[in-house]
Design a protein around this ligand. Structure first.
Ligand code: NAG
Ligand code: NAG
Ligand code: NAG
Ligand code: NAG
Ligand code: NAG
Length: 350
């Protein structure tokens, strides 16, 4: 049977999404697209590279996918070498040996989230030179697995027990676009992200960081650092990003002293979350900012100049959402000129 330009279909997926009202789960399931786009696909077994293990499903209509999710597996099943997409999430797998993937070097997606994995042989993933997505979220890992394929674009290691990240853990991953490390136990991460020239989403929230990681990649679009113990932001921190739009620092220990003047007065930023910190003043922000979260700080004064130039009221702020509840200000503290400056703000919460 002729298969299949799944990669091309997947690229088309976002455009079809709106028309078909699909769920994320459907879009993430290659088989869904086969049925959707090849309804007449022939039923024909394909045993290239070995039979499908009994505990899994390898649909004849889509012989390069193997479905083994939520089967109570305690060990990795055999994976035939033809397989590109393997679904192993929601099982009780505890370890991944050097030979776990055997000859399955065509793998493109490996879904291993929500298992009990605590040990991964350092060569386990080394031969998967086409691997694009590796999901290991919700396991029991204490380290980033060694020798991860440089081809990865989407690496999810969130909700583990990772405490240390080796300096070269992500070296050479030129195409890595999404990296999730949130909900781990990382205290210091050094400069491990510095070579990730394609990285657009980095989530390191819910760790134990005491400072902002060094050498963050300049292509970042979303940077999530909430729920750490960061008390200061380095000078000119936001100036070396060209695409950064979403920055979250909520639930840290930021004080006014820890934020250099004009840190957040940079163009391009759309959302800034500084809620649940120890700020006493509203830091100056760019007129282009749309969402500003400052709730649960110790702000005592409403400084309109943090949003607008007082001399040029025509140049009003683009702010739409401003959250200020849980501070030490009330409605009386907001000057009447604010109506001019914050004319787009439909949602000011005090
Ligand atoms: C891998 O492939 C080689 C050669 O094609 C074969 O000898 C070997 O038995 C295969 N190993 C597994 C685990 O299938
Ligand atoms: C996770 O690892 C710890 C030891 O580090 C062990 O005590 C615990 O049982 C493991 N949990 C799971 C769900 O495997
Ligand atoms: C990154 O992607 C490009 C284009 O798909 C590819 O040519 C290149 O080999 C990839 N880089 C790595 C390190 O895999
Ligand atoms: C409005 O202010 C921004 C900086 O906040 C500045 O870059 C821009 O040139 C100003 N526009 C006008 C029309 O004054
Ligand atoms: C932000 O910086 C621009 C110059 O780049 C300046 O005109 C503007 O007043 C500043 N905004 C605030 C709120 O300080």
């Amino acid at each position: 049977m002729r298969l299949l330009s799944f990669e091309k279909m997947h690229l088309a997926a976002p455009f079809l999404l709106g028309l078909l009202h699909l769920t994320v789960a459907q879009v993430n399931d290659p088989l869904f697209w086969v049925y959707r786009l090849h309804p007449m696909a022939q039923l024909q077994a394909d045993n290239t590279g070995g039979d499908c293990p009994a505990e899994c499903d390898c649909p004849p209509t889509f012989p390069i996918a193997m479905y083994c999710e939520s089967r109570g597996l305690k060990q990795m099943p055999y994976i035939p070498s033809r397989i590109k997409y393997v679904y192993l999430q929601h099982n009780q797998i505890t370890s991944i040996s050097e030979s776990a993937f055997g000859n399955a070097t065509n793998l493109v997606w490996v879904m291993l989230h929500e298992n009990h994995i605590s040990t991964v042989d350092k060569n386990a993933f080394a031969k998967l030179s086409k691997l694009d997505r590796l999901y290991l979220s919700g396991n029991n890992l204490t380290d980033v697995p060694g020798l991860l394929p440089l081809s990865l674009r989407d690496l999810r290691l969130n909700h583990n027990k990772i405490a240390k990240v080796q300096p070269g853990a992500f070296e050479g991953m030129d195409n890595l676009t999404i990296l999730l490390l949130n909900n781990n136990q990382i205290q210091d991460i050094g400069g491990v992200f510095k070579d990730l020239r394609s990285l657009t989403l980095l989530d390191i929230s819910n760790n134990q960081l005491k400072k902002v990681p060094e050498g963050l990649p300049s292509m970042l679009h979303q940077l999530y650092l909430g729920s750490n113990s960061i008390n200061a932001i380095p000078d000119n921190f936001l100036n070396h990003f060209s695409n950064l739009q979403y920055v979250r620092f909520s639930h840290n220990e930021l004080t006014d002293k820890g934020i250099p003047p004009n840190t957040f007065n940079v163009s391009g930023l759309i959302e800034l979350d500084l809620s649940f910190n120890k700020l006493e003043r509203i830091p100056p922000v760019s007129a282009s900012l749309e969402h500003l979260y400052l709730q649960a700080n110790q702000i005592k004064e409403f400084t309109l100049g943090s949003f607008c130039s007082i001399v040029d009221v025509m140049n009003f702020s683009k702010l739409r959402i401003l959250r200020l509840e849980g501070n030490e200000i009330s409605l009386h503290d907001i000057p009447s000129e604010s109506a001019m400056c914050l004319r787009l703000a439909s949602d000011i919460v005090l």
